[in-house]
Design a binder for this molecule. Structure first.
Ligand code: 13P
Ligand code: SF4
Length: 304
């Protein structure tokens, strides 16, 4: 089957099964084309809370499919490739968080949404890269343990100085690999371009950014500003930008900005998931679901 034929089959199966397909912006363009909703982690979690369809296929990584199941327990949620996980999601154990809480009961535990359900269950509030500043500002407590991403955490710490933020030593291996030299090289190659960077990038490189923002904020700036842009996040969004604005001038910050887990899902995996022949049906015990949902509800409340 050609890509187009497979996409047609997927669209037909979607109608037949009444399914909805969600895809994170880091998925490949052939998948973004057949998705009903695309976007960053925050957008996907808000969309998930309002879906009417009973079958959801989440093209992305495991924590995203888990978050949908938490918000919509009555729905069947399929992750097309069971091995698609975010390496950051388990960089601190639930046991370690429990111990920290016991020793520091006044501290608010803030978890990046890129965490497992078991980890979220031990935390107080979730944040995404697009909502982190606003949510941390709105938290009542002054003392905050921010897990697991030290880079997003230090970006928040710098921008919300009124809070006492303690960082954990985790990171996204893809964004963490960006260096100051990468930024200098890209700026020298494209002197007129604005440098747009994701806050999962380390501070020593982030200082070169003209704009710091989540995937959605980067897309929005690149599409609407009319500027030449160097894209400092997963390179998949360059394909999307070129499709949306073929005349636009967009350059990668580094050719290495590719998330292997986000690239595991193929059209064939989505097709098999819709046929009921592949992927993993996400199951969470009701006890775990309710515990893990609390910090997501809190994120939605504090983000309003
Ligand atoms: P956002 O979707 O919040 O921009 O996060 C990027 C990411 O790495 C998702 O895994
Ligand atoms: Fe995880 Fe980084 Fe991949 Fe996002 S880009 S899924 S944070 S490894």
């Amino acid at each position: 089957m050609t890509v187009q034929q497979l996409q047609e089959e997927i669209r037909r199966l979607k109608k037949e099964t009444g399914a909805v397909i969600l895809a994170h912006s880091y998925q490949t363009p052939d998948i973004l084309e057949i998705a009903d909703h695309t976007g960053d982690s925050y957008k996907l979690s808000t969309v998930a809370a309002e879906l009417s369809e009973n079958l959801v296929v989440m093209c992305g990584v495991r924590f995203m499919a888990e978050a949908i199941k938490m918000l919509s327990p009555e729905k069947t949620v399929i992750l097309p490739v069971a091995e698609a996980t975010c390496p950051m999601a388990e960089q601190i154990s639930p046991q370690r968080v429990r111990e920290y809480k016991k020793a520091h009961p006044e501290t608010c535990i803030v978890a990046y949404i890129n965490t497992t359900a078991a980890l979220k269950a031990e935390c107080d509030v979730c944040v995404t890269s697009s909502s982190a500043l606003q949510i941390v500002r709105n938290i009542e407590q002054t003392d905050i343990l921010f897990i697991p991403d030290r880079n997003l955490g230090s970006y928040v710490k710098e921008n919300v100085p009124e809070k006492n933020i303690i960082l954990w030593d985790g990171c996204c291996p893809v964004h963490d690999a960006i260096t100051a030299e990468d930024c200098e090289r890209a700026k020298a190659l494209h002197p007129k371009a604005k440098l747009l960077m994701h806050p999962e990038i380390p501070a020593e490189a982030l200082q070169y950014a003209d704009v710091v923002g989540s995937t959605a904020a980067i897309l929005q700036y690149a599409l609407n500003s009319g500027e030449e842009c160097i894209i400092g996040t997963e390179n998949a969004i360059l394909d999307y930008l070129k499709l949306q604005r073929p005349e636009g001038k967009f350059y990668p910050l580094s050719k290495g900005l590719l998330c292997p887990d986000m690239k595991l899902t193929t059209l064939m995996d989505v097709y098999r998931a819709l046929k009921g022949e592949g992927g993993e049906k996400i199951e969470l015990s009701e006890e775990l679901r309710l515990k893990a949902k609390r910090p997501i509800d809190e994120m939605i409340r504090l983000g309003q």
